[in-house]
Ligand binder design. Structure first.
Ligand code: FAD
Ligand code: PHB
Length: 389
C-alpha cells in the first residue's frame, strides 16, 4: 500500500489531523491498535479551549458540539470552605466549552467515515522503518497478515504508551519528567452536576473536582494514593469522601447515584524533545503529558495538530518545508507553557504527602494572593481558556 501520511493512533490528535489533511485532499491511513468500541469507551477529558473548537469546526465535525456543548464563562475554586469564582469571560473575553473527549472522538470518526478515509482498527505490532529517509515504511499485522505502507510522512499520534516515540533512537530524544505522588479517582454518573460551573477543591483531605459532561451527566474526581485500586472504592465510599471535601452548598446540590464508569489515573508531567525524527512527527500525548488539573491534555493535542497540519499542507501545496522544519519548535513553545500552567494548578490545589509547614504556608499564600488579585486571576484565566496559536 502507499499513502501520503500514515497516522498512528485514532485518538483525538490522529483523527483531527486526518480530517484537516483530508480537507486539503491529502491522503492518510490511520492505524489504531484497539477496536473502535474500545477507543470510544475511554472516558477522558471534558474541557475544550476556543482554539480546539475552531479546529473541530475546520475538520467539519462540530455540529453536535455546537448543539450539545456547554459554554462556561468561568470556574470556581474552593478553599477554606469558601468558593472563589474566576471569571474567564470578564477577564479575557473568552470561554471554554464542556464537551466530552469521547464525543469529540465519535464525531471525528463519523466525519472520517463519511468521506471514506481508511482506518485500520486492531492494527497490531505496528513498526516504523526508514523514517529518516524520504520513503518511510510502516509495517503492521491485521486479520492475521503482515502488511506494509509506504508513505512520505508518519504522524505519531499514538499516545504516551505508543510505538512512535519509542522508535526514535534514545540519543536523539531528551525526556523531561515529573511524576506526582498521587492519582485521580474519577467517577461518571447519570445525575445533574452539583453546580453550573466546575468546582476545583483544595481540601485538607485532598483535592476534589466537580465536573460534568452535560446537564444530566456529571464527572467527579478525588485525589487518591497512586497505589490504590478502583475495587477499593465502592460507590458509597466515593460519595462519602467527596461529601467530606465539598462545601455545604455543593453537598446540598450533589446528586449521587450508581457510577457508570470509575477509574484511577496517575498524574505526570512529561515532555520529549524534539517532537520530530526524520519524517516522523509526534503530536499529542505521544510527545507530552500534563497532569489533568489544568484541563490541557486534549487541548495541547489540538494545538500540535494545528501546527502539524498546516506544515504538511504547506509542503504539498506550496512545496515549502519551512513549516515542517519549524514544527517541533513552535509546538514545544506552547507545550512548555501549558506544562507550566498544569504543574502550577496541580501544585496549588493538591495535598502533597511529604509537604512541610513551609510548603503549606506557601500554598496558602498562593491561593490568598490569587483570590485577592485581579492580575493573578487574569493570569489563571488566560492560561485556562488557552494561549493563542
Ligand atoms: P490518545 O487519546 O491516547 O490516543 C492515542 C491512540 O493511539 C489510542 O487510541 C491508542 O489506542 C492508539 N495507540 C497506542 N499505541 C498504539 C500502537 N502501538 N499502534 C497503533 N495505535 C496505538 N486530559 C484532560 O484534559 N482531562 C482529563 O480529565 C483527562 N483524563 C485522562 C485520563 C486518562 C486515563 C488518560 C490516559 C488521559 C487523560 N487526559 C485528560 C489526557 C487526554 O485525554 C489526552 O491528552 C488526549 O487523549 C490526547 O490525545 P491523543 O490523541 O494524543 O492520545
Ligand atoms: C473532566 O471533566 O474530566 C475534567 C475537567 C477539568 C479538568 C480535568 C478533567 O481540569
Amino acid at each position: 500500500m502507499r499513502t501520503q501520511v500514515v497516522i498512528i493512533g485514532s485518538g483525538p490528535s490522529g483523527l483531527l489531523l486526518g480530517q484537516l489533511l483530508a480537507k486539503e485532499g491529502i491522503d492518510t491511513i490511520i492505524l489504531e491498535q484497539k477496536s473502535k468500541d474500545y477507543v470510544l469507551g475511554r472516558i477522558r477529558a471534558g474541557v475544550l479551549e476556543e482554539g480546539a473548537v475552531r479546529l473541530i469546526e475546520q475538520a467539519g465535525a462540530a455540529e453536535r458540539l455546537h448543539q450539545q456543548g456547554l459554554i462556561h464563562d468561568g470556574t470556581e475554586i474552593a478553599f477554606d470552605s469558601a468558593r472563589h469564582r474566576i471569571d474567564f469571560k470578564g477577564l479575557t473575553g473568552k470561554t471554554v466549552t464542556v464537551y466530552g473527549q469521547t464525543e469529540v472522538t465519535r464525531d471525528l470518526m463519523d466525519a472520517r467515515a463519511s468521506i471514506g478515509a481508511p482506518t485500520v482498527y486492531e492494527a497490531l505490532d505496528v513498526s516504523l522503518h526508514a523514517i529518516e529517509s524520504d520513503r518511510p515504511i510502516v509495517r503492521f499485522r491485521a486479520n492475521g497478515t503482515v502488511q506494509e505502507i509506504e508513505c512520505d510522512y508518519v504522524a505519531g499520534c499514538d499516545g504516551f504508551h505508543g510505538v512512535s516515540r519509542r522508535s526514535i533512537p534514545e540519543d536523539r530524544l531528551k525526556a523531561f519528567e515529573r511524576v506526582y505522588p498521587f492519582g485521580w479517582l474519577g467517577v461518571l454518573v447519570d445525575k445533574p452536576p452539583a453546580s453550573n460551573e466546575l468546582i476545583y477543591v483544595n481540601h485538607e483531605r485532598g483535592f476534589a473536582l466537580c465536573s460534568m459532561r452535560s446537564t444530566t451527566r456529571s464527572r467527579y474526581y478525588l485525589q487518591c494514593r497512586v497505589d490504590e485500586n478502583v475495587e477499593d472504592w465502592p460507590d458509597d465510599k466515593f460519595w462519602e469522601e467527596l461529601t467530606r471535601r465539598l462545601d455545604p452548598e455543593a453537598v446540598s446540590k450533589l446528586s449521587t447515584g450508581p457510577s457508570i464508569e470509575k477509574s484511577i489515573a496517575p498524574l505526570r508531567s512529561f515532555v520529549a524533545e524534539p517532537m520530530r525524527f526524520g519524517n516522523l512527527f509526534l503530536a499529542g500525548d505521544a510527545a507530552h503529558i500534563v497532569p489533568p488539573t489544568g484541563a490541557k491534555g486534549l487541548n495541547l493535542a489540538a494545538s500540535d495538530v494545528a501546527y502539524l497540519s498546516s506544515a504538511i499542507i504547506d509542503w504539498y501545496r506550496r512545496n515549502s518545508r519551512g513549516g515542517l522544519d519549524a514544527y517541533a519548535g513552535r509546538a514545544l513553545a506552547r507545550v512548555w507553557k501549558a506544562e507550566r500552567f498544569s504543574w502550577w494548578m496541580t501544585q496549588i490545589l493538591h495535598r502533597f504527602p511529604e509537604e512541610s509547614g513551609f510548603d503549606q504556608r506557601i500554598q496558602r499564600a498562593e491561593l490568598e494572593y490569587l483570590f485577592s488579585s485581579t492580575a493573578a486571576q487574569t493570569a489563571l484565566a488566560e492560561n485556562y481558556v488557552g494561549l493563542p496559536y
